[in-house]
Design a protein around this ligand. Structure first.
Ligand code: SF4
Length: 860
């Protein structure tokens, strides 16, 4: 069949078609007839007289909508449907030629031979054939078994009168059919009534969250540990395979023999997670550069930490602290280590070889205590080798995106078949694996809708009505099969503990399985039903306060002149003082206890990164002009500003992202936006400065430190001022602000007000002016102010803070006249900080907590 579909997209359809062919054969359906286009309904009556009227109705019901000229998706469906008979015939023919076959094809062939009596020959030894424990038979199985039964074989069904004799019980659906079968009917005797008569204790428990179920099972087993010689009579059944590890981790340590018999999805393993990250890393690669997202995740993966902890942590730390977004491949290489294999530049045609090598290396490194990990590696190696062969044979190598899709498709359907020793130790099983096994003590978890019966239905190209017409299995069939497994498991058990999740989550919807509902409402058996719930949190939220103990007072000594070890010495910055004024506890957390947020690479050019970029550019700009003009900035100095700014923006990006110095900086995506904004901001600053020129640069990004007497102590205050310039006897103290800061100040006292609205930026520039004044002992007017995003772009912008409101509003054009008040309030604040009786307590202004990093601790 010719198609434009690339291999990785076809894989999904191919897989589905193979499943359909398999089923068609197992149910011995004539594929040529079933895949016929019956949109001309006439043909249906003419060719399909072997179907019953009911079956024909199903077919008509489907094809009637195709009678008119079909369009859109119907037309697409017909196009493929008409080709399927040929595809099926060609596929089967080519397999036969190579003496190969898929399961359904082999079942069908055996059934046909058996029915034609061509397979047995004479049973000369007089062997007795016995069939036992079957339930939902395919047509091929039904034909084979009934042939042998006809020849004298015995057949035993593991059934119970409870669901067999009640026509509404889906668990007995297939047996009731076989009981009416022309041949199989003779193998049925009266069904025993174990389910209701055997002595049973059934407990049903609703548990909030999936993991809680595992904990409860662990607890129940440790309270009632089965004797060593009886432990194999206990089974834990897991309809949700992802509960395997939680269960294994919850079992009491006394249970040393545990046997796992179930399919564990490959996609739930840590190895899948690592391989998927590696594929993603190659996919997102830009030239020789990998993205920090995958690189840092790989370096933090448990397997990598187990093998290369020191190097992996070192590299990860350096990426995060330097805020690296793209990292050159060579930088990640460490010769002779696993990192060398992981961080290669791999072309897509070598994808499978690359992953196979990693799996091999990891597999060889797992020790005996990591038997699960070894098993994962073995299975991934098998599937990747197969994928490698297929891609190699077809000569078609998808790109990395195509390979990722293929890899995920292959993995998603695969399970690791853990097979344990069923006669020894505690058994942990999937639902299907319990077939034909009896246990006295049964635990079943995840009894929720969507889990048992499972909501997962595999896709099929054969529409539902056509399935029904040809008696191919539908979802009712699957539900009936699982209903039988559920009841059969309990029919001879003595102690049954059933669990379900009461809370909606991504997997289950918190609704109890309908099988359990039936058990509760129809069986009439006494069932102890408990629903556990988390106690509602009604405790009042306790305030968080840190008293000034001797240790805390010691921490505060780092700000005192000559007060502490020189290594620890610090100045109290305006932002630390801002923290203290707004919330004493925040000051303690951030500056004394030094609780930091987890470091992450800031990929989005957030406000902080943008602010840093602008500060760098404006600093370098005036540094160059000041150097050229010997401190004096004339109007003419700005003439070539645009080129200069472009160059400096490049320089800032190179520094921020550690880009190679010899290459042109490329701007794409968000970087273009940031460059444009920085340039506009600079253009505006320059416009105002040109109008203000000539002026003299007094200081750029210079740190000023001043001791302030607080009682007997001298507290060191310090801060770096963005720019100080002077003109005609006025000195401007300038701070650039890219945030939401405003110019207006209500009063000097408001700058120290803990509860009301205060202007943090103005507090900062006033403190800078104070520090500058104290340090330089200047006799000039001091005007602190902002070049801030909010006002700079307004036509009415003038430099400086406004003070007061309404008629009294004026500009702080000489901060010196306010320094007495400012100094008094500053002293009070510092005295409070060093008062051992005054604890670090929480702010009462909840607005302050909105953006605080310690909200979790304070529960605000
Ligand atoms: S959450 Fe509020 S009370 Fe707690 S430290 Fe932050 S600002 Fe202070």
């Amino acid at each position: 069949m010719k198609s434009e579909e690339p291999f990785d997209r076809f894989y999904f359809w191919g897989d589905m078609l193979l499943r359909d062919f398999d089923e068609v054969d197992k149910y011995m359906v004539n594929a040529q007839l079933m895949f016929k286009d019956l949109s001309k309904l006439k043909e249906l009556d003419e060719t399909f007289d072997f179907l019953t009227e009911e079956q024909k109705e199903f077919l008509k019901g489907f094809w009637v909508s195709f009678e008119e000229k079909p369009a859109g998706s119907k037309e697409e469906f017909l196009k493929v449907w008409r080709k399927l008979p040929k595809v099926y015939a060609a596929f089967v023919k080519s397999l036969k030629k190579e003496k190969l076959g898929y399961e359904g094809m082999i079942h069908k062939e055996v059934a046909e031979k058996v029915m034609a009596k061509g397979i047995l020959g004479k049973n000369e030894k007089g062997d007795q054939y016995i069939f036992a424990g079957f339930n939902a038979l395919t047509k091929a199985e039904e034909n084979i078994i009934s042939y042998f039964v006809g020849e004298g074989a015995n057949c035993y069904w593991d059934i119970d009168a409870y669901y067999m004799d009640d026509k509404w019980q889906e668990a007995g659906q297939f047996f009731r059919q076989y009981k009416n079968h022309p041949v199989l009917s003779r193998t049925f005797e009266e069904a025993p009534a174990n389910f209701k008569s055997a002595e049973k204790e059934i407990k049903l428990t609703g548990v909030p969250q999936r993991i809680g179920q595992a904990k409860l099972v662990g607890q129940a087993l440790s309270e009632n540990l089965p004797p060593a010689d009886q432990v194999e009579k206990t089974v834990i059944v897991l309809p949700d395979e992802s509960m395997l590890l939680p269960i294994l981790h919850s079992l009491p340590p006394e249970l040393s023999d545990v046997n796992v018999t179930m399919g564990y999805p490959l996609r739930n393993t840590p190895l899948y997670n690592l391989l998927d990250l590696l594929i993603d890393m190659q996919l997102q690669r830009k030239g020789n550069y990998f993205s920090h997202r995958q690189v840092t995740a790989i370096l933090a993966h448990a397997y990598i930490l187990a093998l290369e902890k020191e190097e992996a942590q070192k590299i990860r730390y350096s990426i995060i602290t330097a805020n690296r977004i793209y990292i050159e491949q060579e930088e990640l290489q460490r010769e002779g280590t696993l990192l060398q294999d992981l961080f290669q530049l791999v072309p897509p045609e070598e994808a499978s070889v690359y992953l196979l090598q990693i799996v091999k290396t990891l597999g060889a490194s797992f020790n005996d205590s990591q038997s699960f990990d070894r098993e994962y590696a073995f299975h991934f190696h098998r599937h990747l080798s197969r994928l490698h062969e297929v891609l190699h044979d077809t000569g078609k190598h998808p790109d990395w995106r195509g390979f990722q899709k293929l890899f995920r498709q292959v993995v998603i359907s695969q399970k690791i078949p853990f097979t344990g020793e069923p006669l020894k130790g505690l058994q942990v099983m999937g639902v299907l694996e319990t077939r034909n096994l009896d246990f006295e003590n049964v635990f079943v978890l995840s009894l929720n809708e969507g889990m048992l019966p499972s909501a997962a239905r595999q896709g099929s190209y054969i529409p539902h009505s056509i399935r029904r017409a040809y008696q191919l299995p539908t979802h009712d069939h699957q539900d009936a099969m699982y209903a039988y497994l559920f009841y059969r498991l309990q029919q001879r058990a003595k102690k049954i503990s059933l669990y379900y999740n009461t809370e909606p989550d991504i997997i289950g919807n918190g609704e109890m399985s309908r099988f359990v509902q039936q058990l509760v409402y129809e069986s009439g058996l006494p069932i102890a039903h408990h629903v556990l719930h988390n106690a509602v949190q009604i405790n009042a939220i306790e305030p968080v306060t840190v008293e000034k103990s001797a240790e805390t007072m010691e921490l505060l000594r780092k700000y005192i002149k000559d007060g502490s070890d020189p290594e620890q010495k610090r100045e109290l910055s305006p932002s630390a003082l801002n923290d203290f004024i707004e919330c004493k506890l925040r000051f303690y957390f951030k500056h004394l206890a030094r609780l930091r947020e987890a470091d992450e690479v800031e990929e989005d050019l957030d406000a902080r990164v943008f602010g840093n970029l602008l500060h760098d550019v404006v600093f370098w700009f005036y540094q160059e002009l000041a150097k050229e003009g010997d401190g004096l900035i004339e109007k003419a100095a700005f003439k070539d500003w645009e080129h200069r700014i472009d160059r400096l923006i490049d320089k800032a990006f190179i520094a921020l992202y550690r880009l190679p110095l010899d290459k042109k900086v490329t701007y794409e995506g968000q970087r273009i936006v940031v460059r444009t904004i920085v340039k506009e901001f600079m253009a505006r600053i320059i416009q105002h400065d040109r109008a203000h020129a000539p002026f003299t640069i007094e200081a750029l990004e210079e740190k000023f430190t001043v001791p302030v007497a607080v009682g007997q102590l001298e507290v060191m205050l310090g801060g770096k001022i963005d720019r100080v310039d002077s003109k005609s006897g006025t000195i401007r103290i300038i701070d650039y602000k890219t945030g939401k800061d405003e110019l207006g100040v209500e009063s000097i006292a408001s700058l120290f007000d803990r509860e009301g609205k205060r202007n943090k930026a103005a507090f900062q520039t006033m403190l800078y002016a104070y520090l500058y004044y104290k340090d330089r002992k200047v006799e000039a007017r001091l005007t602190p102010g902002l070049m801030n995003r909010k006002n700079l772009f307004e036509s009415t912008y003038t430099f400086g803070h406004s003070l007061g409101r309404g008629k009294d509003k004026r500009t702080i054009d000489d901060a010196r006249q306010y320094f007495d008040d400012f100094e008094f309030l500053l002293n009070e604040t510092l005295a409070d900080l060093y008062n051992s009786e005054s604890p670090f307590d929480q702010t009462t202004n909840l607005k302050t907590c909105n953006w605080c990093s310690y909200k979790e601790i304070c529960r605000r």
